[in-house]
Design a binder for this molecule. Sequence first.
Ligand SMILES: CC(C)(COP(=O)(O)OP(=O)(O)OC[C@H]1O[C@@H](n2cnc3c(N)ncnc32)[C@H](O)[C@@H]1OP(=O)(O)O)[C@@H](O)C(=O)NCCC(=O)NCCS
Length: 175
Amino acid sequence: MVSGELVKLRALEPSDAGAVWRWQGDPEVMRWMNDGYAQSLAAVGKRLEERPRNAYGEVLYGIEVLADAALIGLVRLRDAEPETGCAELDIYIGEKEYWGRGYATDAMRTMCRYGFEKMRLHKISLTVVTENHAAHHLYRKVGFTEEGRLRQVFRRDGRWYDMFTMGLLEGELRT
Ligand SMILES: CC(C)(COP(=O)(O)OP(=O)(O)OC[C@H]1O[C@@H](n2cnc3c(N)ncnc32)[C@H](O)[C@@H]1OP(=O)(O)O)[C@@H](O)C(=O)NCCC(=O)NCCS
């Protein structure tokens, strides 16, 4: 368990399957993310039960609000390699009524600090659809910089969108 100011990051339990399944089936939450094929609640539960324990190469945490203990989303550091000191980050807040209250900002800062301090990463990277203004603003706010633009790599409702690749180096996290 890792504590921030507004949220704590904790391992997921099989009993969290219902929430994760609901978020992954919500078109508004998934609007700018790869949603893949719809999964049954049973399949999501099985995946949570059978996924390997958190380890250096993949750390998946639930985002829990300190004030009311609500599980509101997920944040993950994946593909970390000690040889390169690099990892990729994904985040979403699935409970929409918690949007705009600073929880993703705190979860981002907490997870990045964890990556740099505990995992001794040198760099954290991510990609974001250029039209996803909320996420793009969030990433810039905590210190990420655009490093490139991938043209037409995300398709939604018959339209192609560009994505930014963004990076945050050790020492660049804004608090
Ligand atoms: C993007 C997301 C993680 C932001 O979570 P959140 O908890 O609402 O974010 P915060 O409350 O910490 O706000 C972050 C900043 O974004 C800003 N913001 C929120 N919505 C915005 C919008 N539509 N356009 C521009 N800025 C926006 C906030 O004002 C805040 O900036 P400020 O402090 O300078 O005012 C959340 O909306 C989400 O999960 N969306 C769906 C999934 C997704 O797109 N994930 C990212 C995939 S790359």
